[in-house]
Ligand binder design. Sequence first.
Ligand code: ADP
Ligand code: MG
Length: 243
Amino acid sequence: MANLLQVKGLYKSFGGIKAINNVSLNVQEGEIVGLIGPNGSGKSTFVNLICGLYHPDAGQVLLKGDEVTGLDAPTMASKGVARTFQASRPFLNLTVMENVIIAALLHEPLLQAEKKAMEIIKFTGLDKYKNIKCASLPVEIRKRLDISRALAINPCLIMLDEAMAGLNPKEMEEGIELVRRINQEGITVIFIEHVIKAVMALSHRIIVLNQGELLIEGDPQTVINDEKVIKAYLGDGFAHVTN
Ligand code: ADP
Ligand code: MG
């Protein structure tokens, strides 16, 4: 399979904090990659660097073999790099449908954007909320709206930053199912998640960050049984609980 994303020697510091410290990794077209690690390990910073919100201090990012290092967020979005934020950020005074239309306008004129937004909210199961203003939506619906907006830019890569945080078990199952369907549409997925059950259910591969560094990457079983991962993130009780 071809590499969709290649990251080479990426660095980002904030003052004295090395938030991303010499991270190199590849993501292949069509993969679902789980990105995990303790709080503060650099997961969101990594997403912010790839989508162009942050400028790396050093290193290289290639998308489909083309150098995209340091390009800004609108340019990365136009190249099909979409992301959701850990804290949901819809336009609160607009409806669900209007929020998705705005994202779709990146590539389409208004009429097509409306049609596309309708297709997307059906796909994500939000059609019954389409005329509701976002300010009155519960968190799980906002998370799904974030994903809908990301889909509206025709992504080749979608990065979900804790898109399933705070969901109850049933909503979590639905979230897992939605991510699978997104991937079946041919979209590559990087998702940050703390609920290991969801990570194991979805990931083709898991990448672990710790203190800004790549601790390990590999197939899900190998990674979650790795001593370093248990020590840095999962905790000693974990192996016992999952066996
Ligand atoms: P994670 O998403 O894994 O919890 P983050 O990427 O949010 O971790 O943060 C990694 C480190 O970088 C943390 O120490 C955090 O405080 C710091 N950090 C992230 N973003 C900023 C920022 N905009 N300004 C200053 N420090 C930041
Ligand atoms: Mg984060």
